[in-house]
Design a protein around this ligand. Structure first.
Ligand code: NDP
Length: 258
């Protein structure tokens, strides 16, 4: 895990990855380059890890130091070790229907739906959000699973009506409780990717999702909580990708299907 930030949420997430990796026996090293690291140094480190035969998978943690762009730096991660699908080549391969590692959060969304037996083929999925790391790859994976996919974003007209058409609704916006209960089709499967920190009024903060949980619970057929839900599954997907990458590099099987 390559990190170059003093961000506390990021540090917490990296510790969670290290702990989870330890539990399943994956050796996990944190390469902390510090918040002042120049982009060139981060890129060089990613290149050397890409070439290192002892390393099966690489994650570049965000946020990055000012000026550095994830998509620029992540292009230094070889796709076969790109555990979080951050290299634009990985997303391109995914869009082309070629084997690739999908971003772990996107993978987590689809795994949760599959695990709970939510039928995907032929059903209408609405993904709210079109970022490189979440919205777009989620849409690609759902398309591969034969959903009819709509991608909504900040310029979408009448978002509540678009959401009400969804059998499967994925919220990846970053706006606390934006998706209300009456935006949800009765019985829909709702996956809340959002992680938003809001003040509780007593000087503390707490995490909420992009979906108004209590309202949605009364309508949805399936609903993921925040915290919980997609967050822990993202870490599980990172570990799963790492195991598949290690097998791949030992020639145990072909470039893995996502
Ligand atoms: P981005 O900010 O990169 O993207 C947000 C998307 O939401 C954009 O496409 C934006 O549209 C869209 N959007 C913003 N406002 C609205 C609106 N009012 N109506 C409709 N669409 C809107 O965020 P990320 O994709 O990186 O993350 C989304 C959320 O998921 C965040 O809360 C983040 O913390 C969380 N997250 C959770 C992870 C997990 O493991 N659970 C991992 C990664 C992220 P436009 O493109 O038009 O600007």
């Amino acid at each position: 895990v390559v990190t170059a930030t003093a961000d506390e949420s990021s540090a917490w997430y990296v510790r969670s990855i290290v702990t989870a990796a330890g539990k399943v026996g994956i050796a996990c090293e944190v390469v902390d380059l510090g918040p002042e690291a120049p982009a060139a140094e981060i890129r060089e480190r990613l290149e050397s890890l890409s070439a290192d035969g002892q390393v099966s998978g690489i994650i570049l943690q965000t946020p990055l130091p000012g000026g550095a762009k994830l998509e620029d730096l992540a292009s230094a991660i070889v796709p076969a070790k790109d555990m979080d699908g951050a290299n634009p080549l990985s997303l391109g391969r995914l869009a082309a229907g070629l084997p690739a590692f999908a971003p772990a959060t996107a993978e987590a969304v689809v795994r949760i739906l599959e695990h709970h037996g939510v039928e995907l083929a032929g059903r209408h999925a609405v993904v709210v959000g079109r970022s490189m790391l979440v919205g777009r790859p989620v849409a690609q994976l759902l398309l591969q699973a034969d959903c009819t996919v709509t991608i909504a974003h900040s310029r979408t007209r009448d978002l509540p009506a678009v959401c009400r058409g969804a059998d499967i609704l994925v919220a990846a916006v970053g706006r606390p409780r934006m998706i209300r209960g009456d935006w949800i089709k009765p019985g829909a499967a709702v996956i809340d990717v959002g992680i938003n920190r809001i003040p509780t009024g007593d000087g503390r903060t707490r995490l909420v999702g992009d979906v108004a949980f209590a309202e949605a619970l009364a309508v949805a057929g399936h609903l993921t909580p925040v915290p919980g839900g997609v967050g822990p599954m993202t870490i599980a997907s990172l570990l799963g990708n790492t195991v598949r990458a290690a097998s791949l590099q030992r020639g145990a099987f072909e470039f893995p299907a996502t």
